[in-house]
Design a protein around this ligand. Structure first.
Ligand code: A3P
Length: 308
């Protein structure tokens, strides 16, 4: 099935998820051609779930021997984290997408870090078969939905009308959202993280906000880059956390100006970064409806979200 889209030309239901139609071919090429290396790291997310943050943290952790988080010339001070950790399906295989900068995989240093929004089942086989690692982050769907809706209205071409909250919400509840349904995306990665905990680390945005120190240490351990003795006694974790914090990143010149494609102004990736901002947008009936859907879709999975 197809759904007439609004900001993007349209969505097609493809391999069990709603895909921006222009991304189908790039994803098929990726599935056929991508050769994962055992040292690769994938940062997998749904849009507006903490991608920018997790990309920054993963880059800073992985490269901490090359670039101290205290360094004045740290790449995260000079580039947006989406430029340092590009999306597989968009920046490497999405040649058809006008205005999106393309990256050359052969120029990447190891370990290569890639971003992706593709659901687990549709990842290239070599990713599943190799020893490469996947870090997944998801976020309370209430906040993810509101963040997505606001973002879409910011990047829309001026001549198009506003995407109403009601319209966006109906589509979200039907699962018609980029790479959605949301619940299927989360459950796909959750299932794999339970089956193969060394392969997939499953994180929640709210947990990171609550205790980022604990979860950054989990990422270190999961990636098999435990602290050196010197780091253990030093403040490397704290410095990485500060470098990647919302407050620090949003005020950097590199994140305040410029775009990541034609319409994706970098500043739009930094809004409020709060838990529970949805209370300012969703009506009681919307909350009831989405709560019921989540209860039903996530039942028995053990997955739940704080919603304060
Ligand atoms: P809000 O719109 O709720 O503020 P993504 O990076 O997946 O596109 O998600 C964007 C959301 O993450 C936005 O949420 C944004 O403000 C928040 N965000 C961006 N950078 C962050 C950071 N360094 N730490 C925490 N949240 C961040």
């Amino acid at each position: 099935p197809r759904e007439n889209g609004w900001i993007t030309p349209d969505f097609t239901f493809f391999q069990g998820f709603w895909c921006v139609s222009t991304l189908i071919q790039p994803i098929i090429t990726f599935q056929k051609q991508f050769q994962a290396k055992d040292s690769d790291i994938l940062v997998a997310t749904l849009p507006k779930s903490g991608t920018t943050w997790l990309k920054a943290l993963t880059f800073a952790i992985t490269n901490r021997q090359r670039f101290s988080p205290l360094e004045d010339h740290h790449p995260l001070l000079k580039s947006n984290s989406h430029e340092l950790v590009p999306f597989l399906e968009i920046n490497f295989y999405g040649q058809t997408l006008d205005g999106i900068p393309q990256f050359d995989m052969s120029k990447m240093t190891e370990p290569r870090i890639f971003g992706t929004h593709i659901p687990f089942n549709s990842l290239a086989k070599s990713i599943k078969d190799s020893k490469c690692k996947i870090i997944y982050i998801c976020r309370n769907p209430f906040d993810t939905f509101v963040s997505q809706w606001i973002f879409l209205n910011k990047i829309k071409p001026e001549e198009l009308p506003e995407f109403t909250l009601e319209e966006a919400f109906e589509r979200y509840c039907k699962g018609v959202t980029e790479y959605g349904p949301t619940w299927d995306h989360m459950l796909g990665y959750l299932k794999e993280s339970v089956a193969r905990p060394n392969k997939v680390l499953f994180l929640k945005y709210e947990d990171l906000k609550e205790d980022v120190n604990f979860h950054v240490k989990r990422i270190f351990e999961f990636l098999g880059v435990p602290f050196t003795q010197e780091e253990e006694s030093g403040e490397v974790v704290e410095n990485i956390i500060k470098l990647c914090s919302f407050e620090k990143m949003k005020d950097l010149e590199v994140n305040k100006s410029g775009t990541l494609g034609l319409n994706f102004e970098k500043k739009y990736f930094f809004r409020k970064a709060e838990i529970g901002d949805w209370v300012n947008y969703l009506s009681p009936s919307m909350v009831e409806k989405l709560s019921k859907i989540m209860e039903e879709k996530l039942s028995g999975s053990g997955l739940s979200f704080r919603s304060d």
